[in-house]
Design a protein around this ligand. Structure first.
Ligand code: HEM
Length: 208
């Protein structure tokens, strides 16, 4: 959906003339890092999760709210056993945190993040994608470097373009979120794409 961003990423990758990058090589690519952060923010794989309160408590609020009886609250009382939804994707894309372009795909936002993002209690990257605390994702470093390695292999060699109009693509969540088509929900998950060999790439494979 963003050929300019894809091309900028390709050019950065082609500047690293090796076929089998190490983790350090992949992490040295600054634009790839921003793209990975932005993908994980805006397409939060786990869109929400749940925790159960182990004891009674009060969750303090940044902004007080008024209930339906007109009473103002500056905290939420939680009882033992209450289920609490953690809205990962909402926090990752909230305008009051990320600014008016919160729902746009813009890797360069990571060059100058709004201060409010520092308060997000995520284990990684100013976002909730791997959540936080003692039961946060233990695989996040592996997941990020795996994603970077796949992108490094694919984007150097191929150009990707959506084969349907963007408004046809919807996100469907089971435990993780995957793409489907608005017009063909019965066909399950899919993302039709046109894929071409990237210009200036040798036929024998590899990216250089
Ligand atoms: C982009 C990829 C990934 C994302 C977005 C992701 C996200 C998450 C999230 C949100 C949780 C917390 C779920 C919950 O408790 O409600 C979690 C837990 C976990 N993840 Fe990941 N994960 C990813 C990849 C991986 C990989 C590659 C591994 C292993 C190599 C892994 C291992 C785990 C484990 C073991 C837990 C449970 C931790 C615990 O309960 O103490 N994850 N992950």
């Amino acid at each position: 959906m963003h050929p300019d961003i894809q091309q900028k990423l390709r050019e950065e990758m082609l500047g690293l003339p090796i076929e089998q990058p190490t983790m350090e090589d992949l992490n040295s690519l600054a634009y790839l890092d921003r793209v990975a952060r932005e993908i994980l923010r805006i397409h939060s794989v786990v869109a929400a999760t749940v925790r159960v309160a182990s004891h009674e408590d009060v969750v303090p609020l940044d902004t007080p709210f008024t209930d339906k009886y007109g009473k103002v609250h500056d905290g939420i009382h939680v009882k033992k056993g209450d289920a609490i939804v953690i809205p990962v994707k909402l926090v990752n894309t909230l305008e009051s945190i990320w600014g008016p372009d919160a729902r746009e795909f813009n890797p360069d936002r990571w060059l100058d993040l709004p201060k409010a993002t520092q308060a997000i209690p995520g284990v990684w990257g100013n976002q909730l994608s791997f959540i936080g605390g003692p039961r946060s994702c233990i695989g996040f470093r592996f997941a990020i470097v795996e994603m970077k390695a796949l992108l490094f292999s694919l984007i150097r060699s191929f150009e990707f373009e959506l084969a349907v109009s963007p408004d046809q693509v919807i996100q469907r969540a089971s435990i993780v979120t995957r793409p489907a088509l608005r017009s063909e929900p019965e066909k399950g998950f899919q993302l039709p794409m046109r894929i071409r060999r990237a210009k200036g790439v040798r036929k024998s494979g590899g990216g250089y």
